[in-house]
Design a protein around this ligand. Structure first.
Ligand SMILES: NC(=O)C1=CN([C@@H]2O[C@H](COP(=O)(O)OP(=O)(O)OC[C@H]3O[C@@H](n4cnc5c(N)ncnc54)[C@H](OP(=O)(O)O)[C@@H]3O)[C@@H](O)[C@H]2O)C=CC1
Ligand SMILES: O=C(O)[C@@H]1CCC=N1
Length: 268
């Protein structure tokens, strides 16, 4: 891509996206410019990815055709207000913070700006991310296509009504954390039963990856896929019975619900 991609803020999520862009080769490291709060972070990012870094957010704003704001939600107002005068006229502005709506970003940047709200998750670093996208009215269809194409290199893009963003945060933005906890717990059980740690993580993670692929690629209902693993009088049903007794489904539903609720409160 010829255009310059900027990141104001580049922590866990920003770095995952920079990695996703570079690994997919859609952008060259010299085509990406990043500013962060601390110099040590900038140095680390420059060394890791070979991208350009700038001390001032305005420098990144001035150069970027597509600009990601990847700071924490509470920092959006300050960072957007201090960058707005430096922005290119036609810059595409992409905000990815939980709870920061397009309307809020318009308030911080000005109504006329071309704003896109996304909710990504960290697997964008390995091109297996979920990226939900909502556009402000001011984007042309060509600009919408351009953003969608750019984000597609990092995973599956879904254009959604912004009112669903909080739910997507619950099942995609935040959900890698729940899945890592599940993998970690399975691996701990394997270690308890004598398997070395590395094999425990590798095999647990592959089992989760394979099960997810089965849902996506066969189109078979997850309940049916579960039944296909569960032999009568066999091993799996023993585990399933314990998971039901301990309330796995209820725990997951309540957890996602709490996440969505928090995201909604942050959006108010
Ligand atoms: N982590 C995730 O999985 C996801 C996060 N998000 C959203 O992404 C955003 C970032 O989250 P995350 O990456 O986890 O947070 P991090 O704390 O890891 O990163 C925040 C970044 O912002 C930088 N920063 C802070 N203040 C300023 C400033 N004034 N000017 C420039 N840069 C600044 C920090 O710099 P320094 O490192 O130098 O301190 C850091 O690079 C949040 O809004 C979150 O809601 C969305 C989906 C998933
Ligand atoms: O925990 C958070 O607030 C951010 C948003 C989605 C994932 N991490």
């Amino acid at each position: 891509m010829e255009k310059t991609i900027g990141f104001i803020g580049c922590g866990n999520m920003g770095k995952a996206m920079v990695r996703g862009f570079i690994e997919s080769a859609i952008a060259l490291p010299q085509g990406i410019i990043v500013s962060t709060q601390r110099e040590t972070t900038r140095e680390n990012i420059k060394e890791t990815f070979g991208v350009r870094v700038a001390e001032k957010n305005q420098e990144v704003a001035k150069e970027s055709d597509i600009l990601f704001f990847a700071v924490k939600p509470y920092a959006y107002e300050t960072v957007m207000k201090e960058s707005r005068s430096a922005l290119k006229d036609d810059a595409l502005i992409i905000g990815l913070a939980a709870g920061v709506t397009i309307d809020k970003m318009k308030e911080y940047l000005g109504q006329e700006r071309k704003i896109v709200k996304i909710m990504p998750n960290t697997p964008v670093a390995v091109s297996e991310g979920v990226i939900a996208v909502s556009f402000s009215d001011s984007l042309t269809s060509e600009e919408r296509r351009e953003v969608t194409e750019l984000l597609s290199v990092m995973g599956k893009v879904s254009v959604i009504d912004e009112k669903h963003m909080d739910v997507i945060t619950g099942i995609a933005g935040s959900s890698p954390a729940y899945v890592y906890m599940f993998i970690e717990a399975m691996a701990d059980a394997a270690v308890k039963n004598g398997l070395p740690r590395k094999e425990a993580y590798d095999i647990s993670a592959q089992a989760v990856l394979g099960a997810a692929k089965m849902v996506l690629e066969t189109g078979i209902h997850p309940g049916m896929l579960k039944d296909m693993v569960t032999s009568p009088g066999g091993t799996t049903i023993e585990a399933v019975a314990v998971l039901e007794e301990k309330g796995l489904r209820h725990a997951v539903i309540s957890a996602v619900d709490a996440c969505v609720d928090k995201s909604r409160k942050m959006s108010e």
